[in-house]
Ligand binder design. Structure first.
Ligand code: PGA
Length: 248
C-alpha cells in the first residue's frame, strides 16, 4: 500500500480562529501511511504546533537560505525546527514569481532545511505559456537540476503547474501522472534507487471532488492544497479521499 502525504498551504490567509477550528474539530481515522500537515503563516506556527491534535503536523511555508544573522524579516530553518515544524515548503511558484527566487537560491534553502532536520517540500511546475509551447517537462526538469548539488536525503516534491494554482483548473489525472513519471525518472537518474522513494505530491486546485481521482494515480503520492485547505470540511474531505483511494 503506498504512503500518502497531504499538506494544506494557507499562504497569507487564516487566523487564530481557524487554527482553533482545526485544533478542536480535526479528527481522522488513525492511518500510519497517511501524513497530514498544515502550513499556516509564520506568525501562527507556534500556536498551531501547540494546539493541533496528534496526526495533524505543522509545516512552514518558506525558510531563509542563511543560517542566521542580519537578514531582516527572514526565519531560519533552525528556528522553524525549534518551533516544532516538521517540514518546510521551498520554492513555491509564488516565491519564484513575486520574490524572484532562483533555482540556485532554492537549492540553498533546501540544504538549510535538511541541516535543521526539516523535510523540504520542493515545488516545481510550468506556466501556461510553457505548457502551450510544449516545454512543460523540460522546464520542470530544469527546476530539478538544483538537486544535483545536494546530497540524497529527506525530500518531498510538489508538482504544481502554475496555471492550475488558485484558478480552478486542474491538471487531468493523466497530465499529472505523466509529469510525475517524468519527475520520477529524473530523480532516479540523479539518485538511482533513492530517487524512487521520494514522494511526489500534486498541487493546483485540488478539491474534494477531484482528490480521489488524483490520489488513485499510481505516481501521485499526495497533494499540496491551497484554497481548499482554508475550510476545515473541504480539507477533511480531501484527507478522507486519500484514505478512500487506498481502499478502492
Ligand atoms: P490551490 O493552491 O490549491 O489554491 O490551487 C495550491 C498551492 O499553491 O499550493
Amino acid at each position: 500500500m503506498k504512503s500518502l502525504y497531504l499538506v494544506g498551504n494557507w499562504k497569507m490567509s487564516g487566523s487564530r480562529a481557524l487554527i482553533e477550528a482545526f485544533a478542536s474539530s480535526w479528527s481522522l481515522a488513525q492511518d500510519d501511511s497517511l501524513t497530514v500537515a498544515i502550513a499556516p503563516p509564520a506568525g501562527y506556527l507556534e500556536r498551531a504546533v501547540d494546539r493541533f491534535p496528534g496526526g495533524l503536523g505543522v509545516a512552514a511555508q518558506d525558510c531563509s537560505a542563511h543560517e542566521n544573522g542580519a537578514f531582516t524579516g527572514e526565519m531560519s530553518a533552525q528556528m522553524l525546527a525549534e518551533l516544532g515544524c516538521a517540514m518546510v515548503i521551498i520554492g513555491h511558484s509564488e516565491r519564484r514569481q513575486y520574490h524572484g527566487e532562483s533555482d540556485e537560491l532554492i537549492a540553498r534553502k533546501l540544504v538549510r532545511a535538511r541541516e535543521s532536520g526539516l523535510i523540504p517540500i520542493l515545488c516545481v511546475g510550468e506556466s501556461d505559456a510553457e505548457r502551450r509551447a510544449g516545454r512543460a517537462q523540460s522546464v520542470v526538469r530544469a527546476q530539478l537540476q538544483g538537486l544535483s548539488a545536494v546530497s540524497r536525503g529527506p525530500l518531498w516534491i510538489a508538482y504544481e503547474p502554475v496555471w492550475a494554482i488558485g484558478t480552478g483548473l486542474t491538471a487531468t489525472p493523466e497530465q499529472a501522472g505523466e509529469m510525475h513519471a517524468s519527475i520520477r525518472s529524473e530523480l532516479a537518474a540523479l539518485w538511482s534507487d533513492d530517487g524512487l522513494s521520494v514522494p511526489i505530491l500534486y498541487g493546483g486546485s485540488v478539491k474534494p471532488d477531484n482528490a480521489l481521482a488524483l490520489f488513485s494515480q499510481p505516481e501521485i503520492s499526495g497533494a499540496l492544497v491551497g484554497g481548499a485547505s482554508l475550510e476545515l470540511a473541504s480539507f477533511h474531505a480531501i484527507a478522507e479521499a486519500a484514505l478512500a483511494s487506498r481502499r478502492g
